[in-house]
Design a protein around this ligand. Sequence first.
Ligand SMILES: Nc1ncnc2c1ncn2[C@@H]1O[C@H](COP(=O)(O)OP(=O)(O)OP(=O)(O)O)[C@@H](O)[C@H]1O
Ligand SMILES: [Mg+2]
Length: 506
Amino acid sequence: MADKANPVVTMRSVTKRFLDVTANNKINFELFPGEICALLGENGAGKTTLMNILFGYYTCDEGEIFIKGKKTELTSPRDAISQGIGMIHQHFTLAPSQTVLENIIISTKSSKGLFLDIKAATEKLLHLQERFGLQVDHRARVWSLSVGEQQKVEILKALYRDVDILIMDEPTAVLAPIEIRELFTTLKSLVKENKSVIFISHKLNEVMEICDRILILRGGEVVAEKIKKETSTRELVNLMVGREMLEQLEKKKISTGEAVLEIKELTVANDKGLEAVKKIDLLVRKKEIVGLAGVSGNGQTELCQTLFGLRKPQAGTIKIEGKPLPPGDPQRAIRAGMARIPEDRIETGLLMDLTVSENMVLENHISSDFSNKGLINFQAIHDYSDELIKSFSIKTAGRDAAAKSLSGGNMQKVILARELSGSPSLIIASQPTRGLDVGAMEYIHQRLLEEKERGIGILVISDDLDEIFALSDRIIVMYEGEIMGDITIDEASREQVGLWMSGVLK
Ligand SMILES: Nc1ncnc2c1ncn2[C@@H]1O[C@H](COP(=O)(O)OP(=O)(O)OP(=O)(O)O)[C@@H](O)[C@H]1O
Ligand SMILES: [Mg+2]
């Protein structure tokens, strides 16, 4: 049980401002040994900023930090690590061409000869793996690991440095369900040894499962603190967004029309030259949402890249509204009417140094709405941007703010706003609500259902079964590059889809 008398972290009246935005306003936060504490809040509420302060990335403008009772100035992550604080970001910081062991021992203090060191280091590592259930081959090169395994390496790297406070910023957003189970087992074994964890997630069922205590932020301030046992998902949603959520989205039955996306015998190789997509057929009709379910890493990424024109297939054809799509040509994909919501939005979806407004018109600034005889109509772009900022509730200092100043979830909203607001005939949405808060997720789901009613064909690729079941008219399951099953929503059961996802046929 957590020792309430001796907090390991005390943040007192911490304030952080960025120009006109107060990201954290007089925040008080305590963390106790042996507990998992959740930080919950809408996109832009200030969670990542607060943790970046605790990890020494940012210094606060006002306030004090005590670590294990001692007032501490944290001016760099190095400081934080030496105080026993580790942080695992969503974007990992490992060297892909090096082995797991090399990544873990890099820049740690070494003693004596290299040979002895490596032996001792390996032993220490194997011991940590055993102790906290973090199985991954220490000789493997990092590039060959799955995302889940890479995360294990990051955790091991922190533990190797004797961290006893672990900050995890949306760790489950990129994990497959089975990897989430493994992570939770590890977290439980950490707190059993009196270590403490700060866990950020938008998935309330996870928070309710794994955390002991929940701190809710809103607009940069702490609005509530709850003991898990004394609260409910419903109450948390209310505290977070200040309103009730819809119980269930209304999904109208719609008769489906002609094919808008037709894939035939498509084969795609991955970066290692191995077949990631194996001769698949796939059809999306007008007024239809097809959910492509599957554990990440089973060919979905390569399929998407091929559809977006970012990767050339080895064989097969793609047709949009009956017309063949030439391979490897992103511009043609856009002109054919495809809206593209990529999975790695931060890397491929946004230009970080451009403004919110510029990012919103990235792909259609030459369209007639925004330019006339080569003259750009700035007023139209401004009005359009302001409208999207409002309707997608994007939290930003304004349309002229740089994309990189937005919180993770708000960056994603910018792409969603841009892609859903053109007039596409086909939407390909990969993990469309990953990283979004519950309110934003509900809004995006509603938008997608509305787009469908307007006659658009939609392919939703998601490893979140709740999302697949909430949206789809038809569910297709992909496993190791092949289609395992294709079933209408009326006939689909979670058990069946789950079995297909793990490669088991009926
Ligand atoms: N480097 C920065 N420059 C300017 N503004 C920033 C910067 N970092 C964060 N902000 C602003 O601070 C506020 C809080 O952002 P933060 O990233 O902490 O939110 P968050 O709670 O982690 O949200 P999300 O759930 O979307 O990740 C946002 O309004 C964001 O735009
Ligand atoms: Mg964040």
